[in-house]
Design a protein around this ligand. Structure first.
Ligand code: COA
Length: 195
């Protein structure tokens, strides 16, 4: 089983990214470049070009088909704006999916990343063979670390890596969750209690 192509979050929706989204993705990146640059190694002027995004997204279609990665855009209800981007990636090894994410500069602080990561964590844990969901973020990226922390992920280790973006220290926090987030919600433990 692969992850769903669409996850309805009510006022916003996660959709499998398609070449038709290229212009909207390029625009969201252009409007967010300064915000993305510290922690996103790819955040450079070329990423604001719709044709660049179209080529990238075409590669992502192949990766979805082969099961290598599953990339989504977070859209507003009308499908008119890209509010962020989220991906499930197999690159950390068998039995795991890693979640990566960014949110449009004008949409941060509304809980969008927390809601999308919660939904994708649960979707990932329903994929055949996946037992752990991982989030990797630099120690300096407090806004990013707040998300797995709030969702009850466990900080399993800190890895020393070469920094790949200007805001990074190279100390990479590795977060793991092996139970659905919805389990906690049903059990009466509000998100934010850590466990
Ligand atoms: C990280 C990012 C995706 C968060 O998106 P978001 O939609 O604003 O996230 P949320 O609103 O769900 O939650 C953010 C949390 O971080 C907290 N936060 C924000 N800035 C913070 C800071 N400087 N220090 C500590 N916590 C911070 C917020 O208070 C919030 O927690 P709260 O709900 O308990 O108050 C967004 O800031 C982003 O796109 N950053 C640039 C790209 C990036 O770093 N991606 C992750 C790479 S690992």
């Amino acid at each position: 089983m692969t992850p769903p192509e669409r996850v309805d979050l009510g006022d916003v929706v996660l959709e499998r990214v398609r070449p038709a989204h290229a212009a909207l993705v390029a625009r969201a990146v252009a409007e967010s470049l300064d915000h993305l640059r510290p922690f996103m190694p790819w955040a450079a002027p070329e990423a604001t070009d719709p044709e660049f995004q179209r080529g990238r997204i075409e590669t992502l279609q192949e990766q979805w088909s082969s099961g290598e990665s599953y990339e989504y855009v977070l859209l507003d209800r009308a499908g008119a704006r890209v509010l962020g981007s989220f991906g499930l990636m197999t690159r950390r090894g068998r039995g795991t999916l890693e979640i990566g994410y960014w949110v449009h500069a004008g949409e941060v602080g509304r809980g969008l990343a927390t809601r999308a990561v919660a939904a994708l964590t649960d979707a990932a844990l329903r994929v055949r063979g996946v037992r752990k969901v991982l989030v990797y973020c630099d120690e300096a990226n407090a806004a990013s670390a707040a998300i797995p922390r709030k969702l009850g992920f466990t900080l399993v280790r800190v890895e020393e890596v070469a920094p790949s973006a200007p805001g990074e220290t190279g100390r990479q926090l590795v977060w793991m969750r092996d139970r659905p987030v919805a389990t906690d919600a049903r059990g009466g433990h509000p998100q934010g209690t850590g466990q």
